[in-house]
Design a protein around this ligand. Sequence first.
Ligand code: SF4
Ligand code: MG
Length: 319
Amino acid sequence: VLEHVKKYFDIRDSDGKKGTLRAVDDVSFAIKKGETFGLVGESGCGKSTLGKTLLNLSPITDGTIHIEGKDVSQLKGRSEKVQFGSKVQLVFQDPSACLNPRNKIGTILAEPFKIHFKKTMNKQEMEQKIDELLTMVGLAPEYKHRYPHEMSGGQKQRIGIARALALNPDIIICDEPVSALDVSIQAQVINLLEELQEKLDLTYLFISHDLGVVYHMCDRIAVMYLGNIVELADKKALYEETLHPYTQALISAAPSIDQVKKERIVLKGDVPSPSDPPKGCKFHTRCPYTMDICKKEKPLLEEVKDNHYVACHLCKQRN
Ligand code: SF4
Ligand code: MG
């Protein structure tokens, strides 16, 4: 459960002027146990930053994050943080970047056990765990003797997933887990994630710029624009009863979702800088329906239909 989470960065522009980058600007949502929650948006919209705040990798500026009833910001001391760390795991976009090239796979997979069970787990138990993890992600136990560079991109991502699974996490944050892979491999990794979810009752936060992938994977989807969630709904409702003009444009640009071709909506202009976002509705500089009020008042995320939330003045008038 995230409530009013904000993550601001202090920045300086080229003239040395101080500013604030509102990467995540008052975001609230609750991920249900066992679901796949999708977070979609263009690069720079704050979705990765949000993922990192969940991991407690960087302190948030304001708001609260509860995981399994526990307030993440209130964790004290190293041991509590380490213990919490095992509950939330991350699968990265680029598996190569997070696998130490000098270590064999066996060593890499042993790390989480060494950190968490240093005293209670013997070498043999650890070996057995590593074999289990490799089998779970569809690789033969022999792979533990290999180095990362001896493996393909898809195999490395399987190792990334195995490592995330090592400590029985409650939630796995998948940040663009397949966008660095070939399309044919993407499907395999997605299938693996789905199988594992079923088997282990995992909860996923699935972050991606690719609405097609998110649509395939997720139960509910939140659409982010410049640090705000602009629409949140079950995927079917999001697709079939799209409310926010930005979501409409994203969907129209993702023809892979189904065969029915919706008319392509091309947005004018570029994404404004997140350090100097437009006033009122941050989308008003690109929205085809901008009204006067949009330039002045920021629309809040409100439930307009059952479990369908949107932040848009126009949608509220219509509903
Ligand atoms: Fe467009 Fe106004 Fe809705 Fe923003 S609030 S998305 S500018 S209609
Ligand atoms: Mg990102």
